[in-house]
Design a protein around this ligand. Structure first.
Ligand code: KIV
Length: 276
């Protein structure tokens, strides 16, 4: 549950990944403290250029799959663009729908000071909120691109205030995305809730990556991604072998086909007669 994640601050690093479907959720669940059904699924799974077009129903559909796959990790679901910014009551209605329909443990929303009132409103009414500051991809059209935040000292005060205010509003954790390392470290030391870094600092209380990026499945990844696997190459090798075997009529083999019930070939194991 969300308070268990909050309680890990100062105890040990928090491990998290995004997850969008049941089978990878079941694998990641064994190793992660929480799984985020991020709205990055719009780009990673559905080919959108940004996260802006992602609809709430899509988040709910993938959220249900991840909840079915996860056994112990907390499942957090992103509120997509346009479903929470208008007012605290709109945010509550949509967040409650996400919680009721998916059975997830918390929601995440983007924004610092401007979302403080909403965070307080949701937490006060039973919805655990993870905040997200720094590079907030839903605001990409205002930010003007995927830019690292806090690279000049002038930007620090606003980001530090964002972190402090979401913490005071009741968020149980805050994602710091693409924030200059010294600032991410400073924010982590200054607030009582866990910071979850993505392109931030090893000093953050936890780390998160997009699963497809760290597996080596994404065609383009930001500088902050380390590829821990080359799954894309493994998939391509398997598909190439499959195509070759189909074309050469080497697949399917006898082991992959069904015989008739009374077909004597290939030989069935001989049943021993029952001893009388
Ligand atoms: O949508 C997402 O995947 C995220 C992570 C980058 C934190 O918000």
């Amino acid at each position: 549950m969300a308070p268990d994640i909050a309680a890990l601050k100062g105890e040990r690093p928090i491990v998290a990944l995004t997850s969008y479907h049941a089978h990878t959720a079941a694998i990641a669940d064994k190793h992660c403290d929480f799984l985020l059904v991020g709205d990055s699924l719009g780009m990673v799974m559905h080919g959108y250029e940004t996260t802006v077009p992602v609809p709430l129903d899509l988040m709910i559909m993938h959220g249900k799959a991840v909840v079915r796959g996860a056994r112990r990790a907390l499942v957090v679901i992103d509120m997509p663009f346009g479903t929470y910014e208008e007012s605290p009551s709109v945010a509550f209605r949509n967040a409650a729908r996400v919680m009721k329909e998916t059975d997830c443990g918390a929601i995440k929303l983007e924004g610092g000071r401007r979302m403080a009132e909403t965070i307080h409103f949701l937490v006060d009414r039973g919805i655990p909120v993870m905040a997200h500051i720094g590079l907030t991809p839903q605001s990409i059209n205002v930010l003007g691109g995927w830019k690292t935040q806090g690279r000049t000292q002038e930007e620090w005060a606003a980001l530090e205030e964002d972190a402090r205010v979401v913490s005071e509003a009741g968020a149980f954790a805050v994602v710091l995305e693409a924030i200059a390392e010294p600032l991410a470290k400073r924010i982590t030391a200054a607030i009582p809730i866990p910071t979850i870094g993505i392109g931030a600092s090893a000093a953050c209380d936890g780390q998160i990556l997009v699963m497809e990026d760290m597996l080596g499945l994404s065609p383009r990844v930001p500088k902050f991604v380390k590829e821990f696997g080359r799954v894309g190459a493994v998939i391509e090798g398997a598909i190439q072998s499959y195509a070759e075997e189909v074309r050469a009529r080497r697949f399917p083999e006898a082991a992959h086909t069904y015989t008739m019930k009374d077909d004597p070939t290939p030989a069935k194991p001989v049943k021993k007669p029952k001893s009388s």
